[in-house]
Design a protein around this ligand. Structure first.
Ligand SMILES: [Fe+2]
Ligand SMILES: [Fe+2]
Length: 366
């Protein structure tokens, strides 16, 4: 292409008139492969907890704060307004929420779709669409788009959970609505643990659900998740993800939450995962165990309670370095969105028997 001062001036004038020259822009608009905005990153448990404890002293839930949650901001998205779009990745928001004994996180609903993974504490209860379910560590809960939800802690210790929403995606799409319920808690419309009772058989569906619904089951008990993984672990692990399961909507067989996927994976002792990369992104929470993940040649060491993100098209491999202890990794993903638009692609790392060279070790904020 011919470069001269006149052409440069022309480009500047076009920009000042809210126009753009395609001949000079096409390669950054149609990239050869994805240029992810979020970067590979890890947040340590101690770092997040220290800040959440400070918020516990400063805020009372239901009295000045609707939710006491500290969210992860990916450094690659920090400059986006507002608040880095609440992006752990370009599509997924993730936070750690604390509810102290006696507190009520008031009822509301929003277009963003949400899910929770209970990390710590007994006595938590949540209401979703007129039903109430108690929860304990390891349980997975969903509040899909536009469902009323509120939470309480009726135990004696602080309850902590991970929230994940598709906030950056709904912000980008300009589609976010929110509505507040007139009372602190929503009215109960069905018996307690309604969904869990209706689906407790696991392999059976009430005949009235032959026509699928959005959230026939809102709570997935840790005990059942573990049973699923125990069965898988009697077989050979997947070379990339170990023994991994997805939470599904039992009336459709698709993802439990229609816009955010969620998985639990078990890495057996000494598991050395091979590397792959994919278009969908992940937010990981280390539920149990310790190990490391290599992303684009950088080693990210993790232990129980930590969070890390795998951005789009990032080589990654997971390792459980312990020879006696199992690792359980909970993760969320935007695979339902990527599949809905036919964006998903997967590539496996072929060199060096599927393992990346480690060039650097990530230093987290402590
Ligand atoms: Fe909410
Ligand atoms: Fe992966």
């Amino acid at each position: 292409m011919i470069h001269n001062d006149k052409l440069e001036q022309f480009h500047e004038r076009l920009a000042s008139e809210n126009l753009g020259p395609l001949w000079a822009s096409i390669h950054s608009l149609n990239t050869i492969e994805p240029k992810a905005r979020p970067i590979p990153y890890l947040w340590k448990k101690e770092h997040i907890r220290r800040n959440l404890e400070e918020a516990e002293h400063l805020l009372e839930v239901g009295n000045g704060a609707d939710r006491r949650a500290v969210f992860l901001i990916n450094p690659g998205m920090k400059d986006l307004k507002p608040h880095g779009w609440g992006g752990a990745t370009h599509t997924l928001y993730a936070a750690i929420q604390a509810v102290k004994p006696g507190e009520v996180a008031p009822a509301h609903r929003h277009t963003t779709t949400a899910l929770r993974f209970i990390m710590q504490g007994e006595g938590g209860k949540g209401r979703v669409n007129g039903g109430e379910e108690e929860f304990e560590p390891g349980d997975y809960l969903i509040t899909p788009t536009w469902t009323w939800h509120d939470h309480t802690n009726q135990g004696n210790e602080t309850v902590l959970w991970m929230d994940c929403l598709d906030t950056p995606f709904t912000l980008y799409m300009n589609v976010c609505f929110t509505e507040f319920y007139p009372q602190k808690q929503q009215q109960l419309l069905v018996p307690n643990n309604y969904g869990s009772r209706r689906y407790q058989g696991g392999m059976t569906r009430p005949i009235s659900d032959r026509n699928p619904s959005l959230a026939p089951l809102t709570r997935y008990k840790w005990g059942l998740t573990k049973t699923g993984l125990d069965g898988l672990s009697e077989l050979d692990p997947d070379p990339y993800d170990g023994h991994a399961i997805e939470y599904i909507n039992p009336s459709t067989g698709k993802d439990a939450n229609d816009r955010i996927g969620a998985r639990m994976q078990l890495l057996p002792p000494n598991f050395q995962g091979k590397a792959h990369r994919h278009v969908h992104s992940n937010v990981y929470h280390v539920f149990k165990g310790s190990g490391y993940t290599v992303m684009n040649g950088v080693k990210f060491d993790w232990s129980e309670g930590d969070f890390f993100v795998v951005p789009p098209w990032t080589w990654h491999e997971h390792v459980n370095a312990s020879d006696g202890e199992q690792c359980y990794l909970f993760s969320t993903n935007d695979l339902p969105l990527m599949e809905a638009f036919n964006f998903e692609k997967l590539e496996t790392y072929l060199e060096n028997d599927g393992h990346q060279d480690i060039n650097d070790v990530f230093q987290p904020i402590l």
